[in-house]
Design a protein around this ligand. Structure first.
Ligand code: HEM
Length: 483
């Protein structure tokens, strides 16, 4: 590359870079904000070094800030702005209680998942599917459970294809994703579409694309996203595939439930197909990660297997293999909740200026996150928080039941609280968690009574990118038919 010589004009790119860097430098030095940074930042270099560390592994930095002040508020240097982090259960409760026009959850989700570009602005502006999932879908769970359970059995059978008594390596993440996609879609679209490979591939590819690309896009400044966003959107790729023609006529499934809530303009086949894809995206990635972690915890802490097996067999013998029977599987419920406590990541919450009750102020237009992971690893909230104790919630439940304490309901897998943020908290808590719990509990119960699992290696290391942590995509466990 040639350098500018005397007499030649400086290339505009250099001016742009120099100008941009100066503006950034001045901007990042903004002295007005009294909220302390996550770690000490004393210049452009340390600002970007911290921003980079945050992209590589946010958990350690968040934990450092949490140890410094477990009820504090901190600034996080990102590539093009400061974000904010609120620590501790009290602040989580305060954030969750704020009205949408004060702290906009939808803008928070838009920023995290890049909804407008990845899914389309209509999904952000009219998320009526949240209501459908929360109400009609959840109400139909007991009625649809026999089909869901049938699909769990068939999907594991097909994906594992165990032929003899031998141990077989099972690639957990891709395998779990196939089982989850099929089971979820047995409820969403029914047979035969839920087993149609092309349809499942579209749902899985779309989910992976959204979760990968949204994090990359969110690294860019807002002003350039309208240019890059449409190029990165997986929406068109999915739309190109034909989802419509072979959908069943009048089944009791997600499509018919969505049609009850959709405005007339949203009742077209492409619009409904797109919504089904969106709900798939919300359901598949999250439930797959939960199942993957459950399997890793099962093989890492195998002493939990026998007591859970006995519980599942006893309950099924007494009550049958029903959705109601899942309510009596307290150890299974507790095991999954514990796995989520240690492995779940924290959701991002909001936008817009906000003043906490102690006067701490978050400036207008900034993004605020809560430190869910740190809260869930805090000894103030959990005894021996770093220890995996699969039955801790079952024991808490028993004690509270004995004392006829209403707080018993606070320790179920679906219960949300400021100290357990896996499904979020407050009015935006995950509306699909009742289905997720049904599906995951039925899956774990089925695995326990049908298969033996083990691993000769330790718990696989997680990958992390910014605030997102993901299970190893290549790790395997060993599995065989139960002996
Ligand atoms: C283990 C599985 C799951 C986990 C960990 C999970 C977690 C979450 C979290 C953290 C949020 C954001 C809530 C907040 O920030 O306050 C959320 C939102 C949502 N989830 Fe789930 N989810 C799971 C399964 C599902 C399933 C199975 C469905 C669909 C049937 C679903 C549908 C949704 C929808 C539609 C939203 C948006 C809610 C809103 O914006 O108000 N999720 N989920």
């Amino acid at each position: 590359m040639s350098s500018p010589t005397p007499g030649t004009s400086i290339p505009p790119l250099y001016i742009l870079l120099a100008g941009g860097t100066t503006v950034l430098w001045l901007w990042t030095r903004k002295p007005a904000d009294p909220v302390p940074p996550l770690v000490e930042v004393d210049g452009l270099w340390s600002y970007y070094a911290t921003a980079y560390r945050f992209i590589k592994n946010s958990s350690d930095l968040i934990l450092q800030a949490y140890v410094r002040d477990r009820h504090g508020v901190f600034r996080i240097p990102r590539l093009f702005r400061w974000d904010y982090l609120a620590n501790g259960a009290d602040r989580v409760a305060e954030v969750a209680a704020a009205r949408e026009d004060v702290l906009s959850f939808m803008h928070g989700v838009d920023e995290t998942l890049q909804v407008s570009y990845m899914m389309g602005s209509e999904i952000r502006d009219n998320p009526y599917h949240h209501h459908t999932v929360q109400t009609t879908l959840t109400r139909n769970l007991a009625r649809c459970f026999p089909q869901v359970k049938d699909e769990i059995v068939c999907a594991f059978d097909d994906v594992l294809s165990l032929k003899d008594e031998e141990w077989k390596p099972f690639a957990v993440l891709p395998g779990a994703m196939k089982v989850v996609a099929r089971t979820t879609n047995r409820l969403f679209v029914g047979l035969p579409l839920c087993r149609n490979q092309e349809y499942l591939n579209i749902s899985i590819r779309y989910t992976i694309a959204v979760f990968k690309r949204c994090h990359i896009l969110s690294l860019f400044p807002h002003w350039i996203r309208p240019v890059i966003g449409p190029l990165m959107s997986p929406k068109k790729e999915a739309d190109r595939h034909k989802l419509g023609p072979d959908w069943p006529d009048k089944p009791n499934d997600l499509i018919s439930w969505l049609m009850q809530d959709a405005a007339p303009a949203d009742k077209t086949v492409p619009a409904l197909a797109h919504r089904v894809l969106i709900v798939n995206m919300a359901a598949i990635h999250t439930s797959t990660m939960a199942l993957v972690n459950v399997l890793f915890d099962l093989t890492t802490y195998p002493s939990h297997i026998q007591p859970m097996r006995e519980e599942v067999e006893r309950v099924i013998m007494q009550e049958g293999w029903t959705k109601a029977a899942l309510n009596s599987m307290h150890l299974v419920d507790s095991f999954i909740r514990e796995s989520q406590r240690l492995n779940g990541s924290s959701p991002v919450v909001a936008k817009d200026g906000f003043r906490f009750s102690d006067g701490t102020f978050i400036p207008f237009g900034s993004y605020l996150a809560t430190s869910g992971r740190a809260v869930q690893h805090d000894a103030e909230n959990y005894e021996r928080p770093e220890t995996f104790d699969g039955f801790r919630f079952a024991r808490m439940r028993e004690e509270l039941e004995q004392n006829a304490d209403h707080a018993v309901f606070k320790n179920h897998m679906i219960s949300t609280s400021p100290t357990h943020l896996v499904f979020g908290y407050g009015r935006h808590a995950c509306p699909g968690r009742f289905f997720a719990a049904t599906e995951l509990k039925a899956m774990l119960a089925h695995i326990l009574i049908t298969y033996d699992v083990k691993s000769d290696e330790g718990r696989p290391v997680e990958y992390s990118f910014g605030r997102v942590r993901t299970a190893s995509p290549t790790a395997t466990i060993l599995i065989r038919k139960r002996q």
